[in-house]
Ligand binder design. Structure first.
Ligand SMILES: Nc1ncnc2c1ncn2[C@@H]1O[C@H](COP(=O)(O)OP(=O)(O)OP(=O)(O)O)[C@@H](O)[C@H]1O
Ligand SMILES: [Mg+2]
Length: 472
């Protein structure tokens, strides 16, 4: 194999020479920009090891040059301990992997040049992802996301997964766990929703408690950090963790140490930490709702899952996967039904798609195996989005009802059957959603006083509470 090593440290070059030369590989060396340019011009390269820091050029630039000249060449970056961020950048630019200097385990380097390592390529990741419930589909975006997730799955780094609701953050976390335990025999995957429960309960869920720590603590209980110690812990909806919980999380992430509630013994956790959020945590930091130091700890790597509307080419495969999973493997979707699916924007992403398909499949008459447009009730394509002030705005201007009417009429014109009670259900939901945003805004500017907010809006406090609490 033709191997190029680029480093300004003579010892590293010697090391690679010793490691690979007797094994019959052809070695090339470079130590700066011009010697690299020379080396890549006249040789065909299969593997390049590139130091991230060189005197006259950055390793990332050389990575780009090598990839341009030899697209199939595998590139492995070499980094000092403090440059993980740059290594992440390198993987995004197409590097195969990175290794940290000083080399602690030379088998890692030897592995790079073994052909069986190719089995780790994208196809095998895609298969493994599918086995853990994550369909990658055809889109380049999703393939790239999974490539990056796979690269970092085996590294001991915290990963933050973000993306809109229903995009598959939790399935991605499961996949990362699976992909990492392919290499180590790990413990369980545990997920804890940091927004769903009251603060004290969450604290005890996270860290466990001793007998008598609080009323009701009749038995000692292990927390998630302890239970997931050899496995993976997903801190889900991390953006909703309260400030005191954030402080406690920061402490564990920094020291790996914690105590059970009411306990005195310091415990250590070896859990791999993943976090997921559908909020923009940078913005939350700006608004002082999220600790910057915690964000910094959580996002050694950030993986953003694109919304379904930006990868509609994946719709077909995902739809059949869902039908299969939900026990409708005998069903197919008609062309027209698929067309309907393609037209929708899917603000609720794959969760919304699942709901539509399951509802449609359940409505099928007996002996019918094809899902037609008339079986699908797709919510109308009008999304209400929040602007920075948390106030309602529409993505497209113009009154909501006009756009809805136009859309409904279009569907009728195309001969789709329509269930009016479904439409009315949707209208009600939208009405409630708008009213709730307005109520929240008023409540906010009244500093939380329901009485004052109700007065401002001309409704009774009771009505205001109803609007704020009503389930959608
Ligand atoms: N790529 C995918 N392939 C197959 N199914 C998927 C995929 N992504 C998501 N799903 C399915 O969609 C549903 C929602 O996924 P998940 O709970 O992971 O979303 P989420 O991003 O965590 O949403 P939320 O922000 O609302 O918590 C689940 O039923 C999941 O199995
Ligand atoms: Mg989730």
């Amino acid at each position: 194999m033709n191997i190029l090593t680029i480093d300004d440290d003579r010892e590293i070059l010697d090391f690679f020479h010793h490691l690979f030369h007797q094994k019959g590989h052809q070695l090339y060396f470079a130590h700066d920009k011009s010697s690299t340019e020379k080396a890549i011009k006249h040789t065909s390269l299969e593997i390049a090891f590139i130091d991230l820091k060189l005197p006259d050029v950055s390793g990332l630039q050389l990575l780009k040059k090598v990839k341009q000249a030899h697209p199939a060449c595998k590139v492995v970056m070499m980094t000092g301990y403090s440059t993980v961020q740059t290594a992440v950048e390198a993987i995004k630019l197409g590097a195969e992997d990175y290794i940290e200097k000083p080399f602690e385990d030379i088998t890692l380097i030897e592995k790079v040049i073994q052909p069986e390592n190719d089995e780790q390529d994208i196809d095998s990741y895609i298969q493994l992802a599918k086995n853990s419930g994550l369909i990658v589909g055809k889109s380049q975006r999703m393939k790239e996301v999974v490539r990056i997730a796979s690269k970092f799955a085996t590294k001991n780094l915290n990963i933050l997964i973000d993306g809109e609701t229903g995009t598959g953050k939790e399935v991605m976390a499961r996949y990362i766990h699976e992909a990492s335990s392919k290499h180590k025999n790990e413990g369980p995957f545990l997920a804890l929703n940091c927004g769903a429960v009251a603060e004290q309960i969450l604290e005890s869920e996270l860290f466990g408690h001793e007998t008598g720590a609080f009323t009701g603590a009749v038995k000692t209980r292990k927390g998630y950090f302890e239970l997931a110690s050899n496995g993976t812990l997903l801190l889900d909806e991390i953006g909703e963790a309260s400030m005191p919980i954030q402080v406690k999380l920061l402490r564990v992430l920094e020291s790996r140490e914690f105590m059970r509630v009411g306990g005195e013994k310091t415990l250590r956790t070896g859990a791999r930490i993943l976090a997921a959020t559908n909020r923009d945590l940078r913005k939350e930091v700006e608004k002082n709702r999220f600790r910057e130091d915690l964000l910094f700890r959580l996002e050694a790597v950030t993986i953003t899952i694109p919304p379904l509307r930006e990868r509609k080419e994946d719709l077909l495969e995902i739809s059949y996967f869902i039908l299969n999973k939900e026990g409708f493997s005998h069903l197919t979707l008609s062309e027209e039904a698929l067309e309907l699916l393609y037209e929708h924007d899917w603000p609720g992403n794959i969760r919304e798609l699942t709901n539509v398909l399951v509802r449609g499949a359940a409505e099928l008459e007996e002996n019918i195996n094809v899902i037609l447009p008339s079986h699908l009730y797709i919510p109308l394509n009008v999304s209400i989005v929040k602007d920075q002030n948390n106030f309602v705005e529409r993505e497209n201007s113009g009154p909501i009802s006009a756009q809805w009417k136009a859309e409904i009429l279009k569907r009728i014109d195309r001969g789709n059957s329509l269930n009016l009670s479904h439409v009315m259900e949707d209208m009600k939901k939208a009405e409630l959603q708008v009213s709730r945003e307005i109520a929240k805004k008023a409540l906010h500017s009244a500093n939380g006083s329901q009485k004052e907010a109700a007065e401002k809006l001309g409704v009774t406090p009771r009505k205001l509470r109803y609007i704020l609490n009503e389930k959608m």
